[in-house]
Write a protein that binds this ligand. Sequence first.
Ligand SMILES: [Ca+2]
Ligand SMILES: [Ca+2]
Length: 153
Amino acid sequence: MVSPELLTNGSQDVSVLISGGYDTDFIDMFIDAGNPDGLDDTFVVQRNGNNLEIVVNGGNPQIVAVDSFDTIVLQGSTDQDTMIVHSLGTGARGNIVLAGGTGRDIAEVYDSSGDDRYTANPLFATLDVDDGYTVSPENIWKIQAFATAGVRD
Ligand SMILES: [Ca+2]
Ligand SMILES: [Ca+2]
């Protein structure tokens, strides 16, 4: 297995195999919460106009244009991670991988105002957002999926 080089707050195309077996061709950005410190970490991804905003532990958002990436990985640690993805909106594409690492990590994924599809089985789950974004939790202990934005999911 290839160990991905962690690109903290970086942006660069690399080809890796995420632990857990998720094979991705191109990772544009890893976002982590720094070294494990025993304190829980919270990641939030949300749409704001033509950007995605990614906030870690309430800090300043990292801004990514919605049409500028293939895959973004939220890289958790041995700390307990909570990864929240909401308001992705429609009309844009990309993969968002929620890689919790070890620990009792939680993902909360919310639907969009488009037609969304949530697939869950005992080993993995994905949220396909209006045929655009794919949200893939990996090594997550509990996944909560919400359909609150209407239309036919
Ligand atoms: Ca931490
Ligand atoms: Ca973790």
